[in-house]
Design a protein around this ligand. Structure first.
Ligand code: ZN
Length: 70
């Protein structure tokens, strides 16, 4: 089974999942922060990964904000 590892966009924990489940429309849930991550059935993987990257940038920006405030 093809397994993919990504960092959770919310808590940055590594998530290992079977990419075929996502493509089928199943969701994966982060065991650390309980965020459900999934794509629409028939959606394309590239768009999903781009959305994921955007979410990660947002999470990183939030982290920077927090750091600035101390
Ligand atoms: Zn998480």
């Amino acid at each position: 089974m093809p397994e993919t590892e990504i960092a959770c966009p919310v808590c940055q924990s590594p998530l290992v999942f079977d990419a075929t489940l996502l493509v089928r429309g199943d969701k994966i849930t982060c065991g650390t922060c309980d965020t459900a991550i999934g794509i629409e059935p028939g959606g394309n993987t590239k768009a999903t990964m781009e959305a994921f990257a955007a979410a990660r940038r947002t999470a990183e920006a939030l982290k920077v904000e927090r750091k600035k405030r101390g």
